[in-house]
Write a protein that binds this ligand. Sequence first.
Ligand code: AMP
Ligand code: ZN
Length: 465
Amino acid sequence: MPLTLHDTLTREARVVRALDGGTLKFYCCGPTVYGPAHIGNFRTFVVQDVFRRVVERDGTATLHVRNITDVDDKTIRDSQKAGLSLADFTRHWTEKFHADCAALNLLPPHVEPGAVAHIPHQIRMIEKLIAKGHAYATSGGVYFKVSSFPQYGRLSHLEDREIKLGASTAATDSDEYDKDSLSDFALWKARKPEDGANFWRSPWGEGRPGWHLECSAMSLEYLGEDFDVHSGGVDLVFPHHENEIAQSCCATHGRFAHHWFHVAHLMVDGGKMSKSQGNLYTLEDLANRGYTPEEVRYVLISGHYRAPLNFTFHSLDAARHALQKMARFQKSALERLAIHSVEPSGPGPFASAWETLNHDLNTPGCLGEVFTTLNRLKPAHLSDSEIVEALGGLRFILQALGLKLPELKEDTATDVPTEVATLAARRWEAKKNKDWAAADILRKEIESAGWIVKDGKDAYELTRK
Ligand code: AMP
Ligand code: ZN
């Protein structure tokens, strides 16, 4: 079944296929390793993982490259604050990132290049850009001349915005400059005193590469001049991806990425989850409140990737309930056959869930179809072969979504009915907002449903009365 996916460049859903008819080449902008990745970052990485799993389920091989940004303004600043060398500091956070990826059941990319290890590649690219008249050196470093690339702005549809190409000729060397300024951007940044020991030699003096360049240099190295799909969070469309396109297209003869795939933000209370907003949750924060990585993964795919998704604790409770429902079906079906597991087959009775998933990676629609099918299938009324087909189909879908089902324990808080879980989540929110009257009413409702809620410092526990 062909997967269709919205393309940011053409604004159309397009069939995803490998250009060379063989391996699908896929580049993802990776994390900046200066602290733990938050679950907003992981929304993007989880959706990219589902994309890869869906492509591979259909028998297509992938070549997945995801970089590690281990040198930029933030990594340098925070390694100095931590009193560590840049290499030791970024190694620590890269290891933490890998541990979180494994917990979330993310397939490791086939290549995971780091920016520092590819400085010669970046220097070579700058040399080409200068030789072709697309870049110029100043005392502050080397800059890309935006006006030399008339297609600049096509991806982010700058023509639809107030910003005009050529309206600004100011140069900027910040890795995170104001999103609405259209400036010549730094390819090489001359060494500054605050960089400390973090500088490298180049034909333009000591310094370091600008952030945008690393993805152009590393995608060229590992995927070639043009490749199939390039992805990141929606905040990267402008300027990062616009700059990548400009650098890559001007340095080579390639068309660069053929399909652009962007994931909308995970939000908290209407704002983007981000380190700078201080509204982030990490996997560790959520584990401390009793939530598993599987539940977090479920929440992250519970909304369509092109729409912002609001994170709430209620959504985590709902995820727990949904995973348990699937696990209960699996358990009772396996018990009926007196077997322990069934290999994933085709989608079987979950064909509509698979079809929905292949339509612009509609994960919430797919999950909805899974439950519609589960509600219809009653193991007690199915033949043995129908049960095997259903179990195999469920495993097929779960593998495509990268979801693992929980072990079912009897009579614990994990069997809390949705209504009670919802009341408890609402009560916890009320308590956080110091709305004691509402919290009291909700406690009584929980009790009349046969449950007792006990509060800890950062979490609550539900037990049967
Ligand atoms: P960074 O480590 O900041 O370079 O970001 C790594 C990836 O996470 C990038 O693809 C970002 O676009 C993405 N990202 C950052 N914040 C969010 C968010 N709140 N929701 C979804 N993706 C995000
Ligand atoms: Zn990038």
